[in-house]
Design a protein around this ligand. Sequence first.
Ligand code: GLN
Length: 310
Amino acid sequence: HPALERHDFSAILETINREVRERFGEGEVADYIPKLASVPIDRFGMALVTLDGQVHCAGDAREPFSIQSIAKVHGLTLALDVAGAELFDRVGREPSGVSYNSLVQLEFEQGIPRNPMINAGALVVADIILSHYERPREVLLEFMRARSGNPGVGFDPEVFASEKETGFRNAALANFLRSFGNIHNDIEAVLDFYYSQCSLRMDCVDLARSMLYLADGGFCPVSDTQVTRADRAKRINAVMLTCGTYDAAGDFAFHVGLPAKSGVGGGIVAVVPKVMSLCVWSPGLDTRGNSLLGGHALHRFTEITGLSVF
Ligand code: GLN
């Protein structure tokens, strides 16, 4: 790709890192569980991994954090592989326009969540995974380790325990979905898998690598395997672009113009098809639950490089 020769990515990331650090303090760190509330707001990391093997980092790119909803993408990949297109009979693919943990649309839409990137949709995806895999937690962990090339990736037991203890809204969503017949497994098991997925701890480099398969038609260069079919990789990217940052997806498409997925831990992963994947992390969130400085950094990155799907 010509962009790979044209740009000095290390210098670009360093420029963004410098700019962003002057704005430390903006946004609010997620406070629904103590382990997230105690993360210092003055952190920023950015990593970029290209399909031809370059790795560029800036700031706190090697500091692990709670990946939270970013794992909804990996979960969707695992579920699509076993359920195929029928997955979309149980979960939609339209942006929700409401907050990621909202219950209201389910009432009007007969228990079919708008998309797999919001909590309701991810719970149905978790249910599908539970129906098809015997050891789902191990399968997910293995998937993350193989995609990132880091055998040290693991769950954070403290985050898992607090998610479970305070997850009344997710429990409500799961029960509500069940009332429409859209959860088939034991509710507790579905929630446990969902919380496990949220509690994965990774750093920017691992996370950027973990989504490289979405930049290359489902082929993961880290593990040298076809992870998912090209048509499925295309669909996952489409869902990320339209729904990956919840009710700010329009704003992200407008300012950044890349398929991206955020989490309330402050991470955002974005894909530049055929070129690279990148990850930013800064714990201060905007009102929609997306990293405020992370969003700014991605905006600046596409502005400087012109790398966007548009
Ligand atoms: N653990 C969070 C929840 O389920 C994840 C949400 C997120 O990252 N947006 O509410």
